[in-house]
Every structure is written in C-alpha cells, then in structure tokens.
Design a binder for this molecule. Structure first.
Ligand code: XMP
Ligand code: MG
Length: 192
C-alpha cells in the first residue's frame, strides 16, 4: 500500500474531496467477510455471481479470501444513469450457466435504493437455486432510513456508507475512477 500511495499521489486522486476507505481498510474488511463466508458455507461450493462492472475488484479480493471450492459467474445490469438510480433494471448480460441447486452469493459493489438487488434476487430465486444471499461492499443505509438492512436481506455488508456519490475500487462516474485502489467522494465540481 506504500507503492499505491506513491502511484496515487497526484493526478486522478485530486478529483476526490475525501477518501472514505483506504487500501488497508478495504482489504481488512474484505478478509473478514471472506472468513465469515468460509465458515457459513463450510462443506458447500458457493457460486459467486458478480454484478458487472462495479464489483470486479471486490469479487477478486473477496474470492481470494474464501477458502472453499467455488465458481464465479457474471451478470451485467443497467439501473443507473449518471448519479441517480432509476429503478429500471435491464439485464445486459445474463449468467453463462444454470444456478439450479446452487448456493448463490450475489456480489455487489453498493446498495443504494436497493432496487437493483431486489430485482436481481427475485430473478435468481426464480431459477431454482438452493439459496441466494447478498454480499455488498457498501450499503448507503441512510437512503432507506427506518428500514434496517435486514429488509434488504444483505447478509454480508462491508461498510455502511454515507449518502454521497462515491467512486473508486470499481465504482465509477461515467466509466471513470474504477481503477482507484481506495473509495472516496467525488468533488462536486467534477460532475456539475
Ligand atoms: P440501487 O439504487 O438500485 O443502485 O441500489 C445500485 C447501483 O447503483 C450504482 N450506484 C453507485 N455507483 N457511486 C457509484 O459509482 C455511487 O455512489 C453509487 N450509488 C449507486 C451501482 O452501480 C449499484 O450497483
Ligand atoms: Mg453496480
């Protein structure tokens, strides 16, 4: 992470107002999540379903923290235009294989309104899996004030995130910033 600090001294990092989760913080929380999943799925072979594109760094790190045989598959959905959720979910890329009888863990970067995951979970439940759980790196709980996380049914959540537009570690603004190794808040000047 010292090398990362050097790489990210200037440049793109200047577009951030604040860093919320640095490299070490992300790694240590994801290692915890992996340990928990390893315990919870002992004796099973989970299928990690990553939602593209935002979850790719999270999937890579989470999968390497789970000491179980597992497989991965990918879905791409579109539910977000600019910085506001629309609630309209479109499947742009579906899974390659059947999930019938599988223990599915949906791997998602961030829960905002929760509409995307609600739709996806119902969609996957209709395909006859043994179970469907959600692992989300961030949860913007504030948006659903009064509705606890259990309502969303996300079993594994990394961080409760402030209600700000965040980028980095897979999260983008118009396709950019996914390659930041940390997560931060974009300066308003950048998107206004
Ligand atoms: P919903 O509202 O359906 O939205 O839970 C989830 C999806 O919206 C995207 N999203 C964000 N992307 N910074 C981002 O880069 C954010 O702050 C943010 N909030 C939501 C994300 O793709 C997620 O899958
Ligand atoms: Mg996403």
């Amino acid at each position: 992470s010292e090398r990362y600090a050097k790489i990210w001294e200037g440049g793109l990092r200047g577009d951030l107002r604040e860093i919320l989760y640095d490299v070490d913080t992300l790694q240590s929380t994801i290692l915890d999540m992996g340990e928990q999943i390893t315990r919870d799925y002992a004796g099973k072979e989970p299928l990690l379903v990553a939602i593209l594109k935002g979850s790719y760094p999270f999937l890579a790190d989470l999968a390497r923290a789970i000491n179980l045989p597992l497989t991965v598959d990918f879905m791409a959905v579109s539910s977000y235009k600019g910085t506001k959720s629309t609630g309209v979910v479109r499947i742009l890329k579906d899974l390659d294989r059947s999930i019938s009888g599988r223990d599915v863990i949906i791997v998602e970067d961030i829960i905002d309104s929760g509409l995307t995951l609600q739709y996806l979970r119902e969609n996957l439940r209709g395909r006859g899996p043994a179970s469907v759980e959600i692992a989300a790196l961030l949860d913007k709980k504030v948006v659903r004030a009064g509705k606890p996380n259990e309502d969303m049914g996300a079993k594994y959540v990394g961080f409760e995130c402030p209600n700000e537009f965040v980028v980095g570690y897979g999260l983008d603004y118009n396709g950019r910033y996914r390659n930041l190794p940390f997560i931060g808040v974009l300066r308003e000047e950048v998107y206004s």
